[in-house]
Design a protein around this ligand. Structure first.
Ligand SMILES: Cc1cc2nc3c(=O)[nH]c(=O)nc-3n(C[C@H](O)[C@H](O)[C@H](O)COP(=O)(O)OP(=O)(O)OC[C@H]3O[C@@H](n4cnc5c(N)ncnc54)[C@H](O)[C@@H]3O)c2cc1C
Length: 380
């Protein structure tokens, strides 16, 4: 019997992990009428799910299964957004801004992709960019509008979803670290067993904890990113923003024109930086990001990368950004493309650890976006 067949005839689901993957599994399980107990080792989730941009980012996904998964998830976010206003879901779309001829040529190429319409792509000249997003008063050669992209509020999403689930059939138990896995059960650090017809472990980037011995083969790796947030900007930034460096990283733009892009500035290349900028509901700007792959990760924050990102944001907005109020780093888990014998193309990692216990993690930088659809795939 498959996991899905087993759970379909049963009722109690234990979820370990209070990040967006665990919480979307709780939503999917409750949607099927299952009783749910959700544990987290912290008093409140503190992992990647509260440290991200809140971007539901469809535009840059690889054609095929990755784009399909992101679009299914986008539809689920939109549906949840109408039921749970606290998610702050906005179908804001995005603008990827081209700095010069080579970036603009690549953006034009992206608009001719066979699936450009599904991504909501449209090529805009500078005047049209400003008509869509009047806050952009800086210099750019044009922009790629990605109508399918959306925004949620990462600091609100998890409590809002738990509030939506609260009541009969859903129990949130923070401060419980899972330390042991057995058939249809997990044990927490206080020694209590939590039994379910299905147990779903969503421990994020905790690769050495309870799931550690099942991950010893190196199927997953971790990635560390730097972020910052400003005080409120007294003007609406109507879309999410990306700079031309994002064209180097997202798989959708792996097109012939990418080879024509000049080198990144040294500081950006070192930090593997791309500018992503999202205005929060309170007007603040969430700005990132960088990518660090080699462990041990830095324990401190690199100011040079922040200087670069700030300069990029100010160049696009055409004015100084408000004072930075918060800085942080976050770590996500992703399928390791370099693992020997690993399915490097997998969009995330799902494995049955013991009968009735399934591990779901490793969605990488698309985890916030794809989480509702990944949870649906667990339950079928
Ligand atoms: C800086 C940054 C920016 C990002 N931006 C975006 C974005 O804009 N859009 C997007 O789609 N994706 C983005 N991502 C990726 C996305 O945030 C992650 O893929 C996603 O949040 C992963 O969710 P998760 O629930 O698996 O992990 P987490 O959010 O890390 O949650 C895991 C939870 O499990 C708990 N836990 C771990 N071990 C145990 C245990 N043994 N027992 C009990 N609880 C345990 C932890 O306390 C934690 O709360 C970003 C990631 C980072 C770091």
């Amino acid at each position: 019997m498959t996991i899905l067949e087993a759970v379909a005839s049963r009722t109690r689901v234990v979820i370990a992990g209070g990040g967006v993957l665990g919480t979307m599994h709780a939503v999917a399980a409750r949607r099927r009428g299952f009783e749910v107990v959700q544990l987290d080792r912290e008093a409140e989730a503190r992992g990647a799910s509260v440290r991200n941009f809140g971007l539901v980012w469809v535009s840059g996904r690889k054609a095929g299964p990755e784009l399909d998964l992101a679009l299914r998830a986008r539809a689920l976010w939109s549906e949840l957004g109408t039921k749970v206003p606290g998610l702050g879901f906005r179908a804001a779309g995005s603008l990827t801004l081209a700095a010069g001829d080579a970036e603009l040529a690549l953006v034009k190429e992206a608009c001719t992709l066979p699936d450009a319409e599904r991504r909501g792509f449209e090529l805009l000249d500078p005047a049209a960019v400003r008509a869509v997003n009047p806050a952009l008063r800086g210099d750019f050669a044009g922009g790629l509008l990605g109508r399918a992209d959306a925004i949620v509020e990462p600091r609100q999403v998890l409590p809002a979803l738990r509030g939506y689930l609260a009541g009969d059939g859903y129990e949130w138990r923070p401060g419980r670290e899972v330390t042991e896995v057995a058939r249809n059960a997990v044990r927490d650090h206080l020694g209590a067993w939590h039994r379910g017809d299905l147990v779903v472990l969503c421990p994020g980037a905790a690769h050495t904890g309870a799931a550690g011995r099942y991950l010893a083969g190196g199927a997953l790796r971790r990635v560390r990113l730097q972020m910052m947030q400003t005080g409120p900007l007294a003007e609406r930034v109507t879309t999410a923003l990306a700079d031309g460096d994002s064209l180097r990283y997202y798989p959708a733009y792996d097109l012939p024109g990418r080879a024509q892009l000049g080198p990144q500035p040294a500081v950006a290349a070192r930090a593997r930086a791309q500018l992503l900028l999202v205005q929060r509901a309170d007007g603040g700007l969430t700005i990132g990001d960088t990518h660090e792959y080699a462990e041990p990760f830095a324990f401190d924050l690199d100011e040079d990368a922040y200087d670069h990102l700030r300069a990029r944001a100010e160049a696009l907005l055409g004015r100084p950004i408000p004072r930075v109020r918060r800085r942080w780093a976050g770590v996500y888990s992703e399928v390791n493309p370099d693992a020997p014998g690993a399915a490097g193309h997998a969009l995330y990692h799902r494995a049955e650890l013991e009968p009735g216990v399934v591990l779901v993690t490793g969605p990488g930088g698309r985890g916030m976006t794809c989480s509702p659809a990944i949870a649906e795939e667990t339950f079928g």
